[in-house]
Ligand binder design. Sequence first.
Ligand SMILES: [Zn+2]
Length: 322
Amino acid sequence: MELNRRTLLATASAVGAAAAIGMPALTTAALAQTAQSGKQAPSFYRYKVGSFEVTAISDGSNSFKLADNFVRNAKRDEVEAALKAAFLPTDQLTNQYTPVVVNTGSKLIAIDTGRGPAGEYLANLKAAGIDPKAVNTVIISHFHGDHIGGLRDKEQNLVFPNAEIMIPAAEWTHWMDDAKMNAAPEAARGAWQNVRRVFGSIADKLTRFDAGKEVSSGIKSIATPGHTPGHTSFDITSGDGRLIYQGDASIMPYFFVRNPGWHVMFDSDPQQAEATRRKLFDMVAAERALITGYHWPFPAAGNIEKDGSGYRLHPSVWIPTL
Ligand SMILES: [Zn+2]
């Protein structure tokens, strides 16, 4: 059929006539039937730190019912008020997981690895064009399962077969102590066994580092104990750029950045974790450094400033071009 003004008018009137007698108009019906995708875009996000290129890789999220003791030292109504102030549901929490990969120009360095086969880290890593086989170094902040789980796949093979794996010496000392594992409550023992599953067979291949040392050119470790005994953050510097990888020094920012004195149920030494958090945030705020928080909302980076008795997070804005 030749498409001209006359046939267009004829089509338009046919559609109108169909609607008038109660038949679905074909053109609008076809548009309305486009299926919803029900899926988010692959979640990775890039930004520059000096000449380094950082890629935040989402391992997805996990939603769960708000437990009364999630914040150990705040009342439930205070916790719910903090959620309300952040325009979030007050009966459930959503925890996100965001490891980063740093391309220094000469090395590809993954910091933390997500939860493992159950998470979305590997799929998003691939979507970002990063081949796990090309990763030179993996640096671990601490030994909780949501940070070390991604070192092994479903078949227990190493996900980064060519990488040097660097771990905080203090974490190794703590978690590999069998006496401590046996003294831990039954419910907590899974975390200790998981450390043995991930690291047991490669113990002699791991590089242990002490806090305060440069672990790779431009990346220095900072002792930030409290969440776990050997919890470590990283100071990433290139040219004028500076990024602090805080790990789990704070979990959800609307709780623990706003209220640095609040203690999350996962901290092994809450008082020490609070002292660590305040010291780290004071430094980051004073130096105007960028900071990335593993459990902050994606892309999990921003700046923080002092605000009353707490701090305020200014999340990074999306930059379409680097
Ligand atoms: Zn964590």
